[in-house]
Ligand binder design. Structure first.
Ligand SMILES: [Zn+2]
Length: 229
């Protein structure tokens, strides 16, 4: 795919020995032009950036090279690690509508192409490590939102989707969520963790209640994780 180089000053060296093993997906809630401006503004008090910005028409802009750190995840946690900018790649997907409209098909097609290229370059990004900002910063962030087609991406080999019709998981839901990668018990209230999970895997009802369907989805997801994904 065609990549448009649009370098941002908001970047840093990767720490010595860092392996890129996480892909974080975001939405901008702003139009393309404003998104590119903010993600390249070095005068802001809190400077932000991403490796890529993906326009609604599918055009991909590269702001930060993949071997450098971009500032997209902020305070974050996944699978026992924090401050995930050091080891991750971030894609900002232009989306003005939050949870109100689906993502355009051509934008998703371009996203799949971009993600596949990134995964091919970074084999340490296993499917379990393709996440949304809301997965790694659940109290602060809700992007890429309830309309993000996680199953479409999983079917294309990008990230995980739960096995269907799993037997609902018993016992402590937070410990099970932690096995997926979510923050451990104590970091967040139990219902906040369940909401983060539902936001991605059961967007039709995000209520923080660990009901039977939520527990079945979690069991189905752990089955995929357990399969070495
Ligand atoms: Zn974000």
């Amino acid at each position: 795919m065609k990549i448009i180089e649009r370098p941002s000053p908001n970047q840093a060296a990767r720490p010595d020995g860092a392996t890129v093993d996480l892909l974080v997906l975001h939405y901008t809630e702003l139009p393309l032009k404003e998104s590119l401006e903010i993600l390249s503004d070095d005068k802001r008090e809190k400077r932000v950036s991403a490796h890529y910005v993906l326009a609604e028409d599918g055009a991909a802009y590269r702001l930060v090279p993949e071997d450098r750190v971009a500032w997209h995840a902020g305070q974050s946690y996944w699978r026992g690690r924090e401050a995930l900018n050091a080891t991750s790649i971030g894609i900002e997907i232009v989306n003005l509508h939050g949870d109100r409209h689906d993502y355009p098909p051509r934008q998703i097609a371009a996203l799949i192409e971009l993600c596949r290229a990134i995964l091919a370059r970074h084999p340490a990004i296993v499917p379990q490590n393709v996440v949304g900002h809301s997965d790694v910063a659940p109290r602060r962030k809700i992007d890429p939102g309830l309309r993000f087609p996680w199953k479409v991406l999983a079917d294309a080999g990008i990230g995980l989707w739960p096995k269907a019709n799993a037997t609902p998981i018993d016992g402590d839901i937070q410990q099970a969520l932690q096995r997926v990668g979510y923050a451990p018990p104590g970091a967040l209230a139990p219902e906040e963790m369940v909401e983060a999970f539902q936001r991605r895997f059961r967007p039709a009802r995000v209520d923080g209640v660990a009901d039977r369907e939520t527990r079945a989805l979690l069991a189905g997801l752990l089955d995929r994780v357990g399969a070495g994904a």
